[in-house]
Design a protein around this ligand. Structure first.
Ligand SMILES: C[S@@+](CC[C@H](N)C(=O)[O-])C[C@H]1O[C@@H](n2cnc3c(N)ncnc32)[C@H](O)[C@@H]1O
Length: 325
């Protein structure tokens, strides 16, 4: 039986299934999968599902780019490390939100003056995290990667010293407030948004950003949420002048500044504590488990499995600290 993507599209599939098959077919034809989704899939075309599919399809391309142009990567990561240095000690925790293939995370960790106690990164795409783990290993850098959605981060309030982005808010235009609010919830000391800054871009770049549905008004949104913005500017080095990278640096005040002891995982659905081991992240309060796929925890609300008996069947529950990805 023939099973190519075009044939599948003609069969009776769900709307989401149609989107997946259509985007894969467009990508295979060399087209921009996200543009295909926007043009053909109505409301689903600009949804988290289409962002996920588009980014997952491109998994591996960032590592290829980093290999092809190591000097550009080094400049990018050096620039970010310089911004984050004042907030990092050997007892700190750091999180890159939407870390893709960890090409930025690995480079930042290598260049920070002090190595933080906990380094974390998550992305909505499993395939990107999988590539990221190989890149971390190749670069001799240690960090925990997991799958999560930046709008429902599976971590306790004010539990990570430094939370930063590197162009991951970018495709989430229209959802700026929810995104910044969630990052500020999790951060204890600082949030560094390294994103294209629409308001500081020229007319050509602005037009491009509008056509891609990129974020806008990040500084204004942060201030509207009561944030203290300590730095706001375009960065000296940017990979693409049509997508000018800038910084919105938010310092959190009024939180307990004692640095983190251990990572406090939370259920994305109920915010109850999760205990972690190599098989799954389990909430004793709700009986929900988030599975681990090939060493990568899947922590989006949609990954939750109701499995009250999980502990009974996983008696040798290694404690979370003994388990390193
Ligand atoms: C332009 S790439 C940047 C990747 C990485 N930060 C870097 O510097 O190489 C944007 C990344 O954000 C991720 N992303 C977009 N929306 C997301 C969301 N809602 N939750 C988590 N990750 C998201 C994408 O999957 C993609 O890997």
């Amino acid at each position: 039986m023939k099973h190519d993507l075009e044939d599948q599209l003609r069969t009776d599939v769900t709307e989401l299934g149609r989107l997946m098959l259509g985007m894969r077919a467009a990508y295979a034809r060399g087209e921009n999968a996200m543009e295909y989704a926007r043009k053909t899939a109505g409301a689903l075309g600009n949804s988290p599902a289409s962002t996920l599919i588009a980014y997952d399809l491109q998994a591996g391309t960032y590592i290829a780019g980093a290999r092809a142009n190591p000097d550009a990567r080094a400049r990018w990561c050096g620039q970010l490390a310089e911004i984050l240095n004042p907030y990092i000690s050997t007892q700190s925790s750091i999180l890159e939100v939407g870390c893709g293939e960890a090409t930025t995370l690995a480079g930042v960790l290598k260049r920070l003056d002090k190595t933080p106690k906990h380094a974390l990164g998550f992305d909505i795409s499993w395939s990107r995290c999988a590539h990221g783990l190989t890149w971390l290993e190749e670069n001799g850098v240690s960090a925990r990667l997991f799958v999560a959605d930046l709008f429902e981060i599976p971590l306790e309030d004010s539990s990570i010293d430094v939370v930063y982005t590197s162009h991951s808010l970018e495709p989430n235009g229209g959802h700026e407030e929810a995104a910044i609010k969630e990052l500020m919830r999790v951060a204890r000391r600082a949030v560094g948004l390294v994103e294209p800054l629409y308001e500081l871009a020229d007319a050509k770049a602005q037009e491009r950003m509008r056509s891609h549905g990129y974020v806008r008004g990040l500084k204004e949104t942060a201030e509207k949420l009561g944030a203290t913005v300590r730095d706001y500017r375009l960065l000296d080095y940017c990979g693409n002048p049509l997508n000018p990278s800038g910084l919105v640096l938010i310092e959190k005040t009024g939180t307990n500044m004692t640095e983190s002891s251990e990572i406090q995982w939370r259920c994305s659905l109920t915010h109850t504590p999760l205990t972690a081991n190599s098989k799954g992240y389990y909430s004793p309060t709700t009986g929900v488990v988030y599975p681990v796929l090939s060493g990568i925890p899947l922590l989006r609300a949609g990954h939750a499995v109701v499995a009250s008996a999980f502990n009974a069947f996983n008696t040798q529950n290694e404690d979370e600290n003994a388990y390193s990805i």
